[in-house]
Design a protein around this ligand. Structure first.
Ligand SMILES: Cc1cc2nc3c(=O)[nH]c(=O)nc-3n(C[C@H](O)[C@H](O)[C@H](O)COP(=O)(O)OP(=O)(O)OC[C@H]3O[C@@H](n4cnc5c(N)ncnc54)[C@H](O)[C@@H]3O)c2cc1C
Length: 807
């Protein structure tokens, strides 16, 4: 008889221990934690132990902040984590970094973090031993802390044990046991251990363990360096110091100084090359590689330059293709969860991660939007070693690089190409990458390099995107939208299946396109889709490029019990958007099909022939224009493009990219899933309740939660903001103020070229339920860096709100 637990955690680093602790606190489950060797023996034992409060997004900041609170609380309960709030400063050595840090500081304050900007003079007055001759200023966070990673892990494990968790060392998991597409247990040397749910928190080993069972967990170890000096005489109040422009951080450490680096040229390590007994282990130290960082570190504080080095350390840490960690249930295997790939912030994240993962394992949901770090954001090809080793090294290097808006990753590009790629490149496309797809973000003019020059101001493509935008509003332009994820849903119960999943009525005549959301039981938006009834028993379901794996898993999980087949058409079909007031005449010049409004109204779709090529034309738009999305077999796409991209008079039709699309869709108040709408926002809050068919037979998933929310009233609503200053720009996460109170953050922003100002969505959140009309009398501002920019609000599209141009 094998042993049986509700939840089995694999891995006794800080993350596994934290999940065990939180499950122990919930106290509803039998839980076992299995550690291959000794607790902390993987990566945790050698971490520097910095616990910063601020992360890239508001929710990840919440998790990091909670970590510090938890370690502090455990310390107070006598568990001895070693946590201390020593404070931290991050220095800017140039004007662009100053802008970046001030923007981050504004975001931090909006999350309730105590965070101040100090000039170089103020820094030097406060910490006279700090070298500030090259410093423009810095952000001071007095509540940032440091902890002892080993003690903290042991404390979490001890508290977990006390709460009934079975923590076992010297118990390597050899294999995951799978039955009928779901995980059922793990195999150890002592036999099989059954688990209803299994969590892999096995650090750098997680990818291989999961891959052997068919699950994708893209992470890859890289070398990670620091050195610790001999004793130095530092004032007791010296905080942690980060100097991202030099790729270093400094941590006063028991009378010594730890100098750590984030090198631009980082080094991946083949995990298969590590011996099985790799415990409390390290790699050879390459002094040449680390020397420039060491030199910068030693020069930053007076009296340190000539001190000797006591410890040279180089150990493994796991990095992911986008520098964010991996949480959640794997799409490939039901009940197999992961928490891994911590990109050098595992200590500061582990407390919060333990809390949300325990909730995820307990309730099936994490309790907040975690799409940024959801394991479903990755495609299977991103799990390949060749790809991962390049990307992981870039991720490490970028951690302290400038976090420019629109910054594109550079390694391992060209994974997935549209069939139009070469044609678009020939027309000046500057490609960005999403889910491996090379997508035209903007088109360079004749003689202009098709590459980014980043800044926090208007970047070099601003006027290009403006021209593309104007072509869509005033003439016509072509968009390559091939990266859309597309699924065919067929079978006798396809209508019933989609009706259950989607908020809108799906029992519509063949040829009708329906815009809808798919909700979870709590009413949160899991997917934002357009669904076309192609035939009575066949639908085309279209979703965002980044959502393919997530939506596929959602469809597959809910298809059980319905007689339907879900087929992924993403790679088979290319999509060309023809958008603008002259879209009809352009398309009509290549087809005999009747495109008149009467014969081909808005939100309908049918097959037509364009110069002998059969394709599906769908009259729908994400840019707010008259237009068609043309769905075509991949091999026919170039022929179609060649017909449509040159007019009869030989003049080229403008092409438009994703930056223009973003600007156009914001003017039309079209939401973007993952930013403006997520699984923690409901259609009522997002202003999308028009998609809900409340009375359709059988209802839809999430309906009851929405009805209950309607009864309670809403204290959170999505609103469109337009800045009054035409020069200011919005990206995301800028704090929003109303009558002097902070009431939300921008969820996505772009410049509205037809309106001549920056636009952004944001949720207004107030303590009590409110009606939209009550916002009319408030005075709004958006905080950008250290400026407050007045803004007006709207709940409707700011461009063509009555849809005249579309219909
Ligand atoms: C030099 C350096 C400095 C760092 N500094 C900081 C810092 O200042 N702040 C910060 O937040 N982060 C820092 N980090 C990162 C941090 O150390 C990691 O993110 C964190 O320790 C990851 O914890 P983990 O539990 O995911 O992985 P690990 O600590 O590696 O734990 C995974 C555990 O799983 C076990 N395991 C693996 N396979 C199996 C199996 N088959 N069966 C059973 N058990 C298994 C391993 O033995 C291991 O104990 C640093 C990292 C390095 C390398």
């Amino acid at each position: 008889m094998s042993e049986k637990f509700d939840i089995v955690i694999v891995g006794g680093g800080i993350v596994g221990a934290s999940v065990a602790y939180h499950l122990g606190q919930i106290g509803r489950h039998s839980v076992c934690l299995l550690e291959r060797d000794q607790l902390t023996c993987g990566t945790t034992w050698h971490a520097a132990g910095l616990v910063a409060e601020l992360r890239a997004s508001a929710n990840l900041t919440r998790l990091a902040r909670y970590s510090g609170e938890l370690y502090e609380q455990l310390e107070g309960e006598g568990y001895g984590t070693g946590f201390r709030r020593v404070g931290a400063i991050t220095l800017a050595l140039n004007p662009e970094r100053t802008i970046e840090l001030k923007r981050q500081a504004a975001m931090a304050r909006s999350c309730g973090i105590d965070c101040r900007w100090l000039s170089a003079a103020e820094l030097s007055e406060r910490w006279p031993h700090l070298e500030t001759a090259d410093v423009a200023g810095g952000v001071y966070m007095p509540r940032d802390g440091q902890t002892n990673p080993v003690d903290t892990t042991l404390a979490l494990a001890a508290a977990a044990r006390k709460a009934g968790v079975d923590v076992r060392e010297k118990t390597p998991v050899r294999k995951l046991e799978v039955e009928a597409g779901r995980i059922i247990g793990v195999e150890t040397d002592g036999g099989s251990i059954r688990g209803e749910k299994i969590l892999l928190a096995a650090g750098l080993w997680t990818r291989q363990l999961a891959a052997a069972a068919g699950a994708v967990v893209p992470l890859y170890p890289c070398e990670h360096y620091y050195a610790v000096t001999e004793a130095v005489d530092l004032p007791a109040a010296t905080p942690i110091i980060r100097v991202p422009d030099q790729g270093i951080y400094l941590k006063p450490d028991a009378g010594r100084l730890l100098i750590g680096s984030f090198e631009r040229e980082a080094r991946p390590v083949d995990p298969d090359s590590l011996p099985e007994e790799f415990s409390f282990a390290e790699f050879p130290f390459d002094l040449d590689h680390f020397a420039p960082y060491l030199a910068s570190g030693l020069e930053r504080l007076a009296g340190v330059a000539s001190v000797g080095i006591r410890t040279w350390f180089n150990g493994p840490e796991s990095f992911t293709p986008d520098g964010r960690y991996l949480l959640g249930e794997t799409p490939a295997l039901k009940n197999l969860y992961v928490a891994a790939g911590f990109n050098s912030i595992g200590i500061q994240s582990a407390g919060g991660v333990g809390q949300v993962m325990a909730r995820w394992l307990d309730e099936g949901r994490p309790g907040m939007d975690l799409w940024d770090v959801d394991v479903r954001r990755f495609e299977p090809f991103q799990n390949e070693a060749g790809y991962l080793s390049g990307r992981a090294a870039e991720s490490l290097g970028l951690l302290y690089a400038m976090h420019w808006p629109y910054r594109q990753l550079e390694s391992c590009r060209d994974q997935r190409r549209s069939p139009l790629h070469d044609r678009l490149a020939a027309r000046g496309a500057c490609f960005g990458e999403l889910a491996g797809w090379e997508r035209p973000n903007w088109y360079a003019a004749e003689g202009q390099p098709a590459s980014y020059r980043y800044s926090y101001g208007r970047q070099n493509w601003f006027e290009n995107a403006a021209a593309e935008h104007r072509a869509v509003r005033g003439d016509v332009a072509l968009f390559d939208q091939t990266s859309f994820a597309k699924f065919e849903i067929s079978g006798p119960q396809s209508c019933a299946f989609l009706n259950r999943l989607c908020t809108a009525e799906m029992d519509v005549p063949a040829g009708r396109i329906v815009y809808s959301q798919c909700l979870n039981e709590q009413g949160g938006i899991e997917a934002d889709v357009t669904v076309t009834r192609v035939e009575d028993e066949r639908y085309l379901y279209v979703t965002g490029a980044a959502c393919r794996v997530r939506d596929a898993a959602w469809l597959a999980r809910h298809a059980a019990g319905f007689d339907v087949t879900v087929t992924d058409l993403t790679d088979r079909l290319a999509v060309l958007g023809v958008m603008g007031p002259n879209a009809r005449s352009l398309l009509a010049s290549c087809t005999a099909a009747d495109l008149s409004n009467a014969a081909f109204p808005f939100a309908t779709s049918r097959e037509i022939e364009v110069r002998g090529i059969r394709l599906r034309a769908s009259r729908i738009t994400y840019v707010g224009a008259l237009g068609w999305e043309l769905y075509i077999e991949r091999e026919d796409a170039v022929g179609l493009f060649d017909c449509l991209s040159v007019r009869g008079d030989g003049v080229e039709v403008p092409l438009a990219g994703y930056h223009a699309m973003d600007s156009l869709r914001l003017e039309k108040a079209y939401r973007h899933w993952g930013h403006d709408i997520t699984d923690e926002d409901t259609p009522l809050e997002a202003g999308l309740s028009f998609t809900c068919d409340w009375d359709k037979p059988g209802g839809f998933i999430g309906r009851e939660a929405l009805l209950a929310q309607k009864d309670r009233g809403l204290n959170k609503r999505l609103v469109l903001f337009a800045l009054e200053d035409p020069e200011a720009l919005l990206y995301h996460d800028e704090p929003i103020w109303a009558d002097g109170e902070r009431i939300g953050r921008i969820t996505s922003g772009a410049y509205g070229h037809s309106l001549g100002r920056a636009l952004g969505f944001g949720y207004v959140t107030l303590p009590e339920p409110f009606l939209l009309k009550s916002l009319r009398h408030k005075s709004f501002q958006v905080e950008i860096g250290d400026e407050m920019i007045p803004a007006t609000i709207s709940t409707r599209a700011l461009y063509d709100p009555d849809q005249h141009e579309i219909r």
